[in-house]
Design a protein around this ligand. Sequence first.
Ligand SMILES: *Cc1c(COP(=O)(O)O)cnc(C)c1O
Length: 433
Amino acid sequence: MNTEKSTEMFSVAGNLMPGGVNSPVRAYRAVGMTPRFIDRAKGCEIYDVDGNAYIDYVGSWGPMIFGHAVPEVVEAICGAARRGTSFGAPTEGENLLAQMIIDMVPCAEMVRLVNSGTEAVMSAVRAARGFTGRDLIVKFEGCYHGHSDGLLVKAGSGLLTENVPTSAGVPKAFAAATLTADYNDRESVEKIFKEYGPNIAALIVEPVAANMGVVAPKPGFLQFLRKITAEYGTVLIFDEVITGFRLAPGGAQEYYGVTPDMATLGKIVGGGMPMAAYCGRGDIMSTVSPSGPVYQAGTLSGNPVAVAAGLATLKKIREDVGLYDRLEEKGRVLEKAFTDAIDRYKIPACINRVGSLMSVFFTEGPVETYGDVEKSDLTMFKKYFASMLEDDIYIAPSQFEAMFLSDAHSQEALNRTVRAIDRAFSTLPGAEV
Ligand SMILES: *Cc1c(COP(=O)(O)O)cnc(C)c1O
């Protein structure tokens, strides 16, 4: 495979941006390779600057539920841009999008639009603190909630890849206000609440953990979180930046039938533009400025171009009754390809899947906790990744990320992927052929 131009551009980028990138995992360090510089994408295919075409399972890390360059979304973006790209004043589109989110997401009584998932989570946590008058928050090890200071404690995604348990530059005092529990481990949560319960403002969780690879909540775990937070007057925040609109029109809270007090949305909600949102109970959201004392603002918040992209995407989701069944079916096809390959070549690996989100872990299953995730063989992952890329299958260059399916993945694309999975596993060390 020719990667001459990508290699050249990456070496130029190295002197211009830290690590040559604007977000760490893009640098391919965990797989020891050169990242592909992307020229364009359409549907389920992504093209690099050397002219290679790949079937894309990164999907810009989540937003692309309908694939790339979706005509309705592109039209909406162009139409909005022609009327002006930013006003810093209210627009009707913001009403329409807020109403759409309120109609779709069970916990949403009011919404605030922001520019990134990081900002959504940071703001939701501040609102929860303002509402409760408490300082402490609880998060789970391996869950990623963006890069605001207090949430970079035992976080997932690129932080697992880079093997940095937390980040430099985060004051100890900030980290001290973040307590960490173990995902899918009720006792670890009970212990924290027993000791600190009355001082805990919020518990935040990815309802399906998807930044340590995909780990589903055990049956009853989310219900348990709902119950214990209600008992202590703690705000339950579902970070649905990935799961929102991905698992169901109402996200994981609809999928699992558990309604949190607040939710954060990102990725899909912006239709591929930089936009995110936080939403929740009216009494909590009313603490946000200017109706309440919790300050939060944004020059580009509710940006008309991003709002148009979000509206077009959510409209398409609402009108498409078969969408989630199709995604489930496509997910099943790939899941079967993985289990078949694992069985056929006797590879110690397992596959976790929830709808159109999945991860293969190179360890005997089941993988239900962060401790299980840590047992994954990263050398095996590297070899698997390289083989998939060689076969033009573009997946996240890290064990600790999800594989994102889109509605644009055709039967033919899935077939090619199934063959690539088989070949990748057949060449792994220890494969019985
Ligand atoms: C991606 C992600 C974020 C951060 O969103 P950004 O837009 O990258 O700031 C927060 N929470 C979860 C669960 C995410 O997957």
